[in-house]
Write a protein that binds this ligand. Structure first.
Ligand SMILES: [Zn+2]
Length: 211
């Protein structure tokens, strides 16, 4: 914890004074254009890998970058999506998975989750991805986990489309959806191409999006 507090003290003393104007301009309002939904994993830092300033990304993070389908009892993820779309008017939504995801590994390897009943329940929102992955045979566990990461992003993109505000935005061409997978070791991002249903390099295909 001492590292964290020392970091804050450094921020207050060195960083904040340099960025004073930015923070002043943000003091009473925000106007982010993108909603970024990613895993809570400590190794994926959305603002770092996209080089975005404070005020530019509206972020939801949870175990497995999961978006529950909309239903009669919407939870925190649904409420936050609704706020981003309706109140803030974001134009782009990115769902970003990552390599070596613990949540996706747990599903791919059918790890016993008895000591973590909330996690076990939460990961059921990835059941569609699990079913797709289980239908194939995999040469090794790493390939299976990678497939689970990719299919999970597709499943969560399908889930987010069940949210009324997102459905309206897509129908009116006011929202674009992006499915990304970030590779921790290489720092590369692959993006989902809807037409081919495959992931392609974001660097080589900056205009490809899911919907
Ligand atoms: Zn993860």
């Amino acid at each position: 914890m001492q590292h964290i507090i020392e970091g804050f003290l450094n921020f207050q003393k060195e960083i904040f004074p340099q960025r004073k104007e930015l923070f002043r301009s943000l003091a009473s309002s925000q106007n982010p254009k993108a909603l970024f939904i990613s895993c809570s994993d400590s190794r994926l830092v959305p603002e770092l890998v996209t080089q975005q300033e404070p005020g530019q990304l509206f972020v939801i993070r949870n175990a497995g970058n999961i978006v529950p389908s909309f239903g009669p009892e919407p939870g925190g993820v649904s409420a936050t999506i609704e706020y981003a779309v309706v109140a803030l008017g974001v134009t782009d939504i990115v769902i970003c998975g990552h390599s070596n995801c613990g949540a996706m590994k747990a599903i791919a390897e059918s790890q016993p989750l008895d000591p973590m009943p909330a996690v076990a329940h939460w990961l059921h929102y990835a059941d569609a991805a699990k079913a797709v992955v289980e239908k194939k045979t995999w040469a090794n566990e790493i390939d299976k986990v990678n497939a689970m990461v990719e299919e999970n992003v597709i499943a969560q993109l399908n889930n987010i489309k069940t949210h009324p505000c997102v459905a309206v935005g897509l129908r009116n061409n006011a929202i674009r959806l992006h499915g990304w997978v970030y590779d921790i070791e290489s720092g590369e991002i692959r993006t989902l191409d809807k037409n081919s249903k495959t992931y392609v390099s974001l660097a080589d295909n900056p205009h490809v999006h899911f919907e």
